[in-house]
Design a protein around this ligand. Structure first.
Ligand code: AMP
Length: 439
């Protein structure tokens, strides 16, 4: 016997009723983002590998270990040996599109959101997959459009708080930090490198490596024994220049004025190279080890790093898988019942009669569905008991359609929640079935 095929490790199928929850999250995101005047962008799922090498950073875990990359087999000379990568994140693609389509030339801020799959070869665990889904947005534009303003940072954070509240996710925490300008960051990295020399020998292997390649990442370390050492290291807040400090203070003041709660976290430096100034993360306690619902920040030098014009920006990416997990924990994924189950009642021994009643049932279902109702259609070959059992699982009401009902145009309807049974003329059926069905 041949081996059965399964979804590849780290990937999975999303099935109803959970997919309804995914759709609700998508709908809520689209509705909230529209109120803030964001438009949707859809970029390709794969890009030239060098986009991520340059846009995310060669030193990052994403680029150095986690990308799905292949050499293309294109026949044309220009495509031969081209290295392509499934996108591990979407900001680089959005900024590439911003540059490619010269969106900055409008002189306006570009406010773009995306929803879609991303790919990283990470070790799968709860809340961590190799194909996962992000909902993200970017605000980017020339400085003359106000793209550097701290008000943009605060507005994006306020929008996220509103989105999570509207989705019904309770108990989130916004962690906020500033990593300063790229000069501040470089300076701080050096300070950290020096401060690490006498202590790094007592730290974990990862930290020993990071102390050499990217000292900032030491602050991400979760190993308990390393924590007291990390606490003694210099803080990035002390390395910020006056401009970065003023910018951060203005972000905090705007959040205070809008009533968005936050926690300052001076260890929040995030894994991607391109962040400058404001960085943030929203966490949720119910998620366990992978507790970040979303992360983001400012990336004032990214466009230039990709060969584009100066275009400061701020953005975020939410892990949709983790939004779903959080809502599932809050019991938000209840199977939705349809408005009615139509139970055609035929004589199983009379094929012609059965075909007639099934045809009449399809016509009735068509009429009700076109009237806006959700309908599950049974089969004339089922016994009445079976129809009732199936209807009770799937629908709020059952509509019986036998030869008598077809002839008289009066249908028998039972409402499960109340046990109420009624004779309803066909012309009144749509209105009857649209009524609430609770006790
Ligand atoms: P990042 O692009 O690394 O800043 O991640 C932004 C958000 O995407 C995180 O806060 C997570 O919610 C989500 N995320 C990142 N990697 C994964 C993954 N492998 N599986 C599921 N969600 C992820």
């Amino acid at each position: 016997m041949s081996q059965t095929l399964k979804a590849v490790r780290g990937t999975r199928d999303l099935l109803p009723p959970e997919t309804e929850l995914w759709n609700r999250i998508d709908r809520t995101a689209r509705a909230v983002f529209a109120r803030y005047n964001f438009g949707e962008i859809r970029t390709p799922i794969f890009e030239d590998t060098s986009l991520f090498a340059r846009g995310v950073g060669e030193e990052t875990d994403i680029v150095s270990k986690e990308m799905f990359t292949w050499e293309d087999r294109g026949r044309a000379q220009s495509e031969r040996n081209q290295l392509l990568t499934l996108r591990p994140e979407n900001t680089a693609g959005v900024v590439r599109a911003y540059i490619e389509h010269k969106l900055g030339e409008s002189g306006q801020l570009q406010k773009l959101y995306y929803i879609g799959p991303q790919f990283r070869r990470e070790r799968p665990q709860k809340g961590r997959f190799r194909q996962f889904y992000q909902i993200g947005a970017e605000v980017i534009g020339p400085p003359s459009a106000g793209s550097e303003s701290p008000l943009r940072d605060a507005e994006v954070l306020e929008m996220l708080a509103t989105f999570l509240d509207e989705l019904g996710i309770t108990g989130w925490t916004l962690h906020l930090n500033s990593v300063g300008s790229s000069a501040d960051r470089a300076r701080y990295n050096e300070t950290l490198r020096e401060a690490l020399v006498p202590v790094v020998g007592q730290m974990c292997e990862d930290c020993q490596r990071r102390a050499v390649t990217n000292p900032l990442r030491v602050l991400d370390c979760k190993v308990p024994a390393d924590q007291p050492i990390i606490e003694t290291l210099p803080k990035i807040a002390d390395a910020l220049d006056e401009e970065s400090k003023t910018h951060f203070a203005a972000v905090l003041a705007a959040l205070d004025a809008a009533g968005v709660p936050y926690t300052r976290n001076d260890r929040l430096v995030r894994g991607l190279d391109y962040y400058t100034r404001t960085t943030f993360e929203f966490t949720h306690g119910g998620l366990g080890a992978q507790n970040a619902l979303l992360g983001g920040g400012r990336y004032d030098g990214l466009s230039e790093a990709l060969g584009g014009p100066r275009a400061p920006g701020i953005g975020f990416a939410m892990g949709e898988d983790r939004l779903v997990l959080t809502l599932l924990d809050q019991n938000a994924a209840q199977a939705q019942k349809v408005d009615a189950y139509i139970a055609p009642l035929g004589d199983p021994k009379d094929e012609a009669a059965l075909a007639r009643i099934n045809a009449a049932a399809l016509a009735l279902a068509r009429e009700l569905r076109r009237g806006g109702l959700s309908i599950e259609l049974g089969d004339g070959g089922f016994r009445l008991k079976k129809s009732f059992e199936m209807a009770d699982k799937a629908a709020r009401r059952i509509v019986i359609l036998g030869e008598d009902e077809v002839r008289s145009g009066i249908l028998t309807v039972k409402t499960f929640a109340t046990g109420e049974q009624a004779k309803v003329p066909r012309a009144e059926l749509t209105v009857y079935l649209a009524k609430p069905a609770s006790a």
